[in-house]
Design a protein around this ligand. Structure first.
Ligand SMILES: Nc1nc2c(ncn2[C@@H]2O[C@H](COP(=O)(O)OP(=O)(O)OP(=O)(O)O)[C@@H](O)[C@H]2O)c(=O)[nH]1
Ligand SMILES: [Mg+2]
Ligand SMILES: [Zn+2]
Length: 359
């Protein structure tokens, strides 16, 4: 059984994690990834911070997206001079998007997060489609999404903006904050009670790092300089990082996301659009696409004014995107299978060429 250092509790250690670690050989050290950078994982063991690479065995056995990411619980082997991540323990939750750099690949943004603060600024009217997309991604991760509308001090009608966002966020709490007036921050502390891990996602400049500082009660993260804050697309935060907070609980601050491509997240979509799913239960056909089928309860709801038509449009767009990515995943796995078959066929051929076999 792997033994855990007592100080790992500050990094969110739970009995469930201890149990997952217990089935592995005891010489390996348990730790949590606080940052992952170009293949190197920085792992808190409770005593110290270890920079470790994934072992060759882990790289070979790991599926797409299974290498260590921030928030992962891992087991370390190797030696002093070359520590290695030997095992990534099964994730309780994983926030995944389509890898913006490689087609038909997944990128895991963070693991083992309990609550995700989907952070959007109120300086302009909230971007509802973007919020819906991020909510689908978070629901799919298994973590609980919460919407945080920031910069209320810059909004002319924060109440109206909040109501609009509530309409696209069934099942998620919506908070309104201002770090200038210190409004709405205390309510967010409740998500840290019990030592949970929260993560912040959202566009660059939405005030994620500023919120982290407000929650910490001290400036532990660099935020964008107000005097320079006009530049678009400049990311102040450049890496995803897990930080234990002085008052308990942990937070993962992330760089602003430019693109949020859906992954294979049909379940998350259904949860993010549970209002549509409820209407759909009354559609005449079980596989109704809510397009031109007769007896469609979803289109009826739109006609009655019970469901905004933009909501149905977003749902369809995200659904189509997920179908597209699934088709790409299929093509890729077929190609990979073909390649594997070829390699195997060649190996068998060589085997016989070398005079083995009974022919
Ligand atoms: N007026 C006002 N400004 C805020 C508020 N919260 C954050 N800001 C400002 O918004 C700017 C961006 O804040 P950051 O916390 O750096 O934003 P971020 O989301 O971490 O950005 P990235 O790290 O680039 O993803 C900074 O100039 C903050 O001072 C707020 O409640 N009100
Ligand atoms: Mg930041
Ligand atoms: Zn229908």
């Amino acid at each position: 059984m792997s033994t855990a250092h007592p100080d790992l509790h500050a990094f969110g250690l739970t009995p469930a994690v201890t149990a997952l670690a217990a089935v592995h050989p005891s010489h390996m050290r348990l730790g949590r990834v606080v940052r992952s950078d170009r293949g190197m994982a920085f792992v808190a063991t409770g005593e110290t911070l270890v920079a470790a690479r994934p072992s060759t065995r882990l790289i070979k056995s790991a599926d797409d997206g299974a290498l260590p990411v921030v928030g992962d619980w891992v087991l370390l082997g190797g030696d002093e001079s070359e520590p290695l991540v030997e095992v990534v323990l099964e994730r309780m939750t994983a926030i995944m998007r389509r890898d913006p750099g490689r087609s038909a690949r997944v990128q895991v943004l963070a693991a083992n997060v309990d609550t995700v603060l989907v952070t959007h600024p109120l300086a302009d009217a909230p971007n509802l489609s973007r919020i819906e997309r991020e909510l689908a991604l978070v629901w799919d991760s298994g973590a609980q999404p919460v919407v945080v509308l920031t910069k209320a001090d810059l909004s002319s009608d924060a109440g109206a903006a909040r109501a609009a966002v509530e309409g696209v966020a069934p099942g998620a709490d919506v908070h309104v904050t201002s770090t200038v007036d210190h409004d709405g921050i205390d309510e967010l502390q409740e998500y840290l009670v019990g030592g949970g891990t929260i993560a912040l996602i959202g566009p660059s400049g939405s005030g994620k790092s500023t919120l982290v500082n407000a929650l910490a009660g001290e400036d532990i993260r660099a935020t964008r300089d107000v005097r320079l804050s006009d530049g678009r697309g400049r990311h102040t935060t450049v890496s995803r990082e897990l930080i234990p907070l002085p008052g308990g609980g942990l937070v993962i601050d992330t760089p602003g996301l430019r693109a949020v491509g859906m992954w294979d997240s049909a379940e998350g979509l259904a949860q993010a659009f549970s209002d549509i799913e409820e209407f759909a239960a009354d559609c005449r056909f079980r596989d109704c696409r809510h397009e031109d089928e007769p007896g469609c309860a979803v289109r009826d709801a739109v006609e009655r004014g019970d469901l905004p038509s933009r909501r149905l449009t977003s749902f369809r767009e995200l659904q189509a995107e997920i179908a597209h990515v699934n088709a790409e995943i299929d093509v890729r796995s077929r190609q990979e299978k073909k390649r594997e078959d070829k390699v195997q066929a060649r190996a068998i051929k060589n085997y016989y060429k070398q005079g083995h076999g009974h022919r």
